[in-house]
Write a new protein. Structure first.
Length: 669
């Protein structure tokens, strides 16, 4: 058997200086989705993540916590490992820059670079931002402070963080020597940085103006890798950190097997703020070592909150554990990848999060599974019929959509356009839901001569769900297995290799599960909950309250002016209107205005809905057998101790009666 193709993907290694939030988790989840996607396609994958534990920032943090740096990073790294476990990150290795093997390798590499003249000793004078762990010249600063004599005494880095003047003996790396090589490398590898617009940014802002040699050691603190031949210096934290990508594979150790197998990395995932380190310093250092640069750097945008970047001081930080505990891991992983458009910033809003859960997951996907399993049980005795293409008039179009979606999804996932890949999958989800409305299986079931068509429809539904579950399996770690299990198929057989609608295994026994895979949630309650999780300072609380008041006033003004505010189609589309037939009507005790209706809603089954129309119908029995319209996806609520599962459409308390020819359960558009 031929060897599997290899694939190496890395995340940045995280500073263990605070609890990681959903922004950091985005990078790791996105990388995990790629790793899972490649594995499912038959690749031999190595997926690396870890922690960047040295530097002044960490040393100060440890002090502030009353701990020795090592004890502090041990504690923090443990927390990060636990988080990745909670998020079911499938990394093959977790590297810590305090790992002995890494430290030894960094020392060896540094000595080698000194020996070959790429690193030399000199004096550094310039500005250092501890928060960014980055050096700046005076002209690079975003703001400078002067004393009375006009001398610069401080300032701010472009990130807004304070800088301090550093004057010390330092080792330097001869970046300038490699500027032309780097430009050639970019020229020959135009897709090295994705999205490739970022390459021009690097060329114009940093390389063309003249690449300066980089200070690569510090003498004013100790928390770092000591330079072996001159231990009063510790290696600059970024050099130490970047090298993790090769030391993790055993580079310079006695066993370079993994390095030989997996380097150069296929994808290195980074946030946009650290592209410069990865696209300039990193390839140059590798080149100086005679090692190939990675094949691709993927720079993603930031996940922003309503009021900008996530930060504790703004009080808008959301931690993934909170969301996972309440809404499940699949919902969180799905949302994060769906919310971040390729190359741009994405935004997290509680409203959007709750909407996606309710519409994409509970309604579109969850209902599709429930309806399919219920119908296969009812019409086929629970057995998956054999897949036959082109039996009903609607099969060909569903088959075509499935083929197109699989192909487009592959293209998009290969380019790591996660949000688009997910919306591609949802095209198939919607198409399959529509297929149920078109084929009307409940009608076919009433006619014995249509048994073959009915079986074909059931097989198409199951086949489509099998494809959908497989496509989402790199992103969701639970639902695909649950879908396979409910359809009687072995979750261990989930594989993207040669995925086709027609490969549905026939004869499996479906298993209905009592609980929906994605329960619908209450919008207001959950938005309030998530908002409550963002610990706000009093100041921001006040501001948020004021903004909310202003928004409410504006909404009231619109309402007073012309009835209801305008909504766009996507909002309207979320309302599920269905035809239902009244099978019985009763009065509700103690409620003069309410009638209690029993309804047949076709494939959705029987429902009870309460409606305030009693005064108009003194003889409610006359309504029996009439067909009406209902809002089917309204959250059930209790009225006078009775459950009402939806709403009947009415005008002036009179029900909207629809023609008898409409089919029970059919959708209204
Ligand atoms: N330690 C360095 C990386 C060294 S890699 C050799 C570092 N660490 S970090 O913890 O500050 O950030 C790591 C990564 O977290 C960022 O590059 C980015 O990928 C991710 N994110 C942090 N905040 C984020 C958002 N708000 N949104 C998306 N990603 C975010 O930099």
């Amino acid at each position: 058997m031929a060897d599997k193709p290899t694939f190496y993907i890395t995340t940045p290694i995280y500073y263990p200086s605070g609890k990681l939030h959903i922004g950091n988790s985005y990078t790791t989840i996105a990388s995990d989705a790629v790793a899972r996607y490649k594995r499912s396609n038959g690749y031999d994958v190595f997926f690396l993540t870890g922690t960047d534990e040295h530097g002044l920032k960490i040393e100060d943090k440890a002090k502030a916590n009353g701990l020795e740096p090592q004890a502090y990073v041990d504690k923090m790294a443990k927390g990060i490992k636990e988080l990745w476990k909670t998020l079911e990150i499938s990394n093959d290795k977790f590297i810590r820059t305090t790992d002995k093997e890494h430290v030894v390798a960094v020392q060896k590499i540094f000595e080698r670079l000194i020996k070959q003249g790429d690193i030399y000793l000199g004096d550094y004078e310039g500005w250092y931002s501890e928060d960014d762990e980055e050096y700046f010249t005076e002209t690079q600063l975003a703001e400078v402070y002067h004393d009375d004599n006009g001398k610069v005494i401080g300032g701010k880095a472009p990130s807004g963080h304070e800088v301090t003047l550093v004057k010390e003996e330092s080792y330097f790396f001869k970046m300038s020597k490699y500027a032309d090589w780097l430009l050639d490398f970019y020229h020959n590898n135009p897709n090295f940085i994705q999205p490739n617009t970022r390459m021009n940014e690097m060329i114009n802002n940093f390389i063309k103006p003249g690449l300066e040699d980089l200070a690569v050691s510090r003498t004013t603190f100790n928390w770092g890798v000591p330079v072996e031949s001159n231990p009063k210096h510790v290696v600059y934290v970024w050099i130490d950190a970047l090298l993790n990508y090769i030391t993790a594979l055993g580079y310079t150790s006695d066993d370079e097997g993994l390095f030989n197998k997996f380097w150069p990395a296929d994808v290195q995932m980074v946030g946009k703020e650290i592209v410069r380190f990865h696209s300039i310093y990193w390839p140059i250092v590798l080149h100086a070592l005679g090692v190939q640069p990675p094949k691709e750097l993927f720079a993603h945008g930031w996940l922003l909150m309503k009021d900008g970047k996530m930060s504790k001081s703004k009080g808008n930080v959301i931690y993934p554990e909170t969301l996972v505990e309440r809404y499940g891991l699949d919902a969180v992983r799905y949302y994060l990848l769906r919310a971040m458009p390729f190359g741009n910033d994405g935004s997290f809003t509680p409203e959007d999060f709750v909407d996606r859960l309710n519409y994409d997951l509970a309604n579109d996907l969850g209902n599709l599974l429930n309806r399919t399993v219920a119908m296969i049980n009812k019409y086929e005795g629970g057995q998956l019929p054999a897949f036959k293409p082109g039996v009903t008039a609607f099969d060909a179009d569903l088959e075509k959509t499935a083929t197109e979606v699989v192909a487009n999804y592959r293209d998009l996932m290969d380019q790591m356009h996660f949000a688009d890949a997910l919306s591609e999958i949802w095209k198939l989800v919607s198409r399959t839901n529509k297929y149920i409305d078109e084929t009307e299986p409940w009608k076919l079931a009433k006619d014995d001569s249509k048994a073959e068509e009915l079986a074909a429809v059931m097989a198409h539904l199951a086949a489509s769900l099998r494809v959908i579950a497989t496509l989402i399996s790199p992103v969701m770690t639970h639902a695909p297995k649950e879908i396979f299990t409910q359809l009687g198929m072995d979750p261990a057989t989930i594989s993207l290799i040669d995925l086709k609608l027609a490969d549905l295994p026939a004869g499996k026994q479906v298993v209905a599960s009592g609980t929906p895979i994605f329960p619908r949630i209450d919008v207001q309650e959950e938005v309030d909950f998530i908002q409550g999780q963002m610990t706000k300072s009093d100041k921001t609380k006040g501001r948020a309250a004021m903004a909310a008041k202003a928004a409410a006033q504006q909404a009231a003004a619109i309402e007073a002016d012309d009835g209801k505010p305008e909504i766009d189609f996507s909002k309207f589309e979320k309302i599920e209107l269905r035809v239902a037939q009244i099978t019985a009507v009763d009065h509700v005790k103690g409620a003069d205005k309410l009638l209690k209706f029993q309804l047949d809603v076709g494939d959705l089954g029987d429902r009870q809905i309460l409606s305030g129309v009693a005064e108009v119908y003194p003889n409610p029995d006359e309504l029996v057998n009439k067909k009406v319209m209902i809002v089917a996806n309204l959250k059930p609520r209790k009225m006078r101790g009775e459950v009402s599962e939806g709403m009947l459409l009415s005008s002036g308390h009179k029900l909207v009666i629809v023609p008898d020819t409409l089919v029970n359960g059919s959708t209204v558009e």
